[in-house]
Design a protein around this ligand. Structure first.
Ligand SMILES: [Zn+2]
Length: 388
């Protein structure tokens, strides 16, 4: 798994009425403080695994799940058995039961994989601070209850209400804080749009987004090139002896390359999503498709390379912020298999077929462009919006 940490302030959740934004800042803890942060991360991981184990055990014993509220009631007792847990504030510990519950919800609702126990090898390690922290813009510092003031680079200021924060440690040992804030502004009202100014977006396999206008956005070359280098470095790591110094060195190199790739990819995605949102009045796409495709192993590499989900999230929140509608089409619309000219359904089309010719009206189609055209067409007619 690559370590993933976005460059800055992306964000994305919305409350019922107000916009939420996330800001990410680099932290520079002292040696003492970083020891404390590592200890926090370790303790939170311990509580996460304990909560997961409790869930599984309870289910085995009584056939029912234990809620996070009931888990939280068990935490004081857990602290008695393991006094070192007191080093971390209770809210961070409760944050872990929350995470376990969300992992289970995703497992049941979205058919995600069964929640896994967390190990030290997971590249990003983090813990949540629900409350009780301060941002000191004047002195470039973040104040946490247990560790005191930690030096930070606060390259953006905000005056909004602080919500939860997450402290994370990257795979190359850097510390970050992500702060979620509520800015008190309501979302802009959705604008009216014309059919000609709406685009359909298909997430192709070889290309980055493919648009209903016929435009295919190429995956940047540096990704292809660095992927080769990435594979070479991965091999190098696996050839070195376990827990040797050379293996550690190789791992560091690999982690650095991951970081570079992810930063560049984020930069590319932000520029592209900004361009698409500003140049169009409305956007249509299908999201569940991405998930299904990731399950297909042959495509996994190509998809991961493009990291659709973070891009889709960017399109969603940037549209939301500028009052532009996002139109989604139904889960089971066979967008790439239908001829937009005559409506013929090509049920023989497989994932390998990049081009096809309609058996009925003989029009030649590019698979991805055709899908984008259909996504636009179906999403507009779904909502009776054609002609607005
Ligand atoms: Zn046709």
């Amino acid at each position: 798994m690559p370590c993933i940490y976005p460059k800055i302030y992306i964000l994305l959740k919305s409350t019922k009425y107000f916009m939420m934004k996330a800001f990410k800042f680099r932290l520079y803890p002292t040696i003492n403080q970083s020891n404390q942060l590592n200890q926090h991360i370790g303790i939170c991981r311990f509580v996460y695994n304990w909560a997961l184990n409790q869930k599984v055990k309870t289910y085995e014993q009584i056939g029912k799940s234990i809620s996070r509220f009931d888990l939280n009631k068990l935490i004081p007792n857990l602290k008695k058995q393991n006094p070192w847990l007191k080093e971390v504030n209770s809210q961070s510990l409760q944050g872990m039961t929350n995470l376990v519950e969300s992992a289970f919800n995703r497992f049941f609702r979205e058919k995600n994989s069964f929640p896994k126990f967390k190990s030290k090898k997971i590249p990003i390690q983090s813990f949540l601070i629900p409350k009780h922290y301060n941002v000191d813009f004047e002195n470039d510092a973040i104040k946490l209850t247990k560790t005191g003031k930690i030096k930070a680079v606060l390259h953006k200021t905000f005056e909004w209400e602080l919500k939860t924060a997450t402290i994370s440690k990257s795979c190359i040992g850097k510390y970050y804080i992500s702060i979620l804030v509520e800015d008190g502004k309501e979302f802009p009202v959705k604008q009216v749009f014309s059919e000609s100014m709406a685009i359909g977006v298909e997430f192709g396999i070889k290309n980055f987004p493919v648009l209903s206008t016929g435009e295919k956005v190429e995956n940047p070359k540096y990704l292809k090139n660095s992927l080769k280098r990435l594979k070479a470095l991965q091999k190098r790591v696996s050839r070195k002896q376990n827990s040797s110094q050379n293996r550690e060195k190789a791992k560091q190199k690999l982690a650095l390359l991951h970081k570079k790739i992810i930063n560049k990819r984020n930069d590319f995605q932000h520029k592209l999503s900004f361009k698409l949102v500003s140049e169009n009045q409305a956007m249509a796409f299908e999201t569940p498709y991405v998930k299904n495709m990731i399950k297909n192993h042959h495509l996994a590499q190509a998809i991961c390379d493009s990291v659709w989900s973070s891009f889709v999230t960017q399109l969603e929140y940037k549209s939301e912020w500028s009052g532009k509608p996002i139109l989604l089409i139904g889960k089971f619309v066979p967008s790439s298999k239908i001829c937009p000219v005559c409506g013929y359904h090509n049920s023989y089309l497989t994932l390998k077929d990049g081009k096809w010719k309609c058996a009925d009206c003989k029009t030649k189609h590019d698979r991805d462009i055709n899908a984008a055209i259909n996504i636009k067409k179906f999403s507009l007619s779904d909502q009776n919006l054609i002609g607005i």
